[in-house]
Design a binder for this molecule. Structure first.
Ligand SMILES: CC(C)(COP(=O)(O)OP(=O)(O)OC[C@H]1O[C@@H](n2cnc3c(N)ncnc32)[C@H](O)[C@@H]1OP(=O)(O)O)[C@@H](O)C(=O)NCCC(=O)NCCS
Length: 191
């Protein structure tokens, strides 16, 4: 079922004249939107270039086959649309006792306008399990984004344990990543 949550918002146009209508919506990504999702992920992932360790950077950052295999492994994506154009995507992977946030990306030109916040709020409404997210240790802006949403970094030891338990990544990626967890996780007394 397609779930949509439209918003209407007015922004002054460039000439400062009357407001133009913006229709924003969050809904699951559609089968024919994989290419657009790829474009957004690989555009937004440019932020990592020159920041994460060079041996961890690949171009394209997310090959098509990898995205398809992630989706086949149960990563479900929400997309944020503004006037019918997808500006951001955020995936989630339900693993029973926890849900992972996987692959959160907002077009470079649309970042820091609240798109990621709205995607995360929408995802949270649909999930009752503790949320975990892994990202590059060097991606300070992403850490800041999640901290602003109430997530906290887990300890290095717990990070290694969680990445081993819930993610399928290389030892090198484990070494260069961090994990943040939401309040539900910490409230369960797991540190
Ligand atoms: C991280 C990301 C998904 C957040 O989405 P967004 O729509 O830009 O975020 P929002 O506008 O909802 O929230 C903005 C907050 O995120 C953080 N943030 C996001 N991008 C930032 C940047 N380039 N510089 C500094 N802070 C940034 C800040 O805390 C910011 O709050 P502020 O503007 O009040 O300082 C998006 O910026 C992105 O795609 N970044 C590149 C890829 C990436 O790091 N993905 C995360 C994978 S886990």
């Amino acid at each position: 079922m397609i779930q949509s949550r439209p918003w209407l918002a007015g922004f002054p146009n460039a000439a400062g004249r009357p407001f133009r209508e913006v229709i924003a919506m969050i809904r699951p990504i559609q089968a024919d939107e994989v290419e657009i999702a790829l474009e957004i992920i690989n555009d937004a992932a440019q932020a990592y270039k020159g920041v994460i360790p060079p041996d961890c950077w690949e171009e394209p950052y997310m090959p098509r086959e990898e995205l398809l295999s992630e989706m086949a492994a149960g990563v479900n994506f929400l997309s944020f649309l503004e006037n019918g154009r997808i500006l951001g995507v955020m995936g989630r992977q339900d693993l029973g006792e926890v849900t992972l946030i996987r692959h959160a990306y907002v077009r470079t030109t649309a970042q820091r306008r609240g798109v990621g916040t709205r995607l995360l709020a929408n995802l949270r409404q649909e999930v009752s399990q503790p949320l975990l997210v892994g990202t590059w240790a060097a991606a300070w802006w992403a850490i800041r984004f999640y901290e602003q949403q109430g997530f906290k970094l887990v300890s290095p030891g717990e990070k290694d344990r969680l990445l081993g338990a819930y993610w399928t990544i290389s030892p090198r990626q484990t070494e260069t990543s961090v994990v943040l967890a939401d309040e539900r996780w910490f409230n369960q007394g797991r540190l």
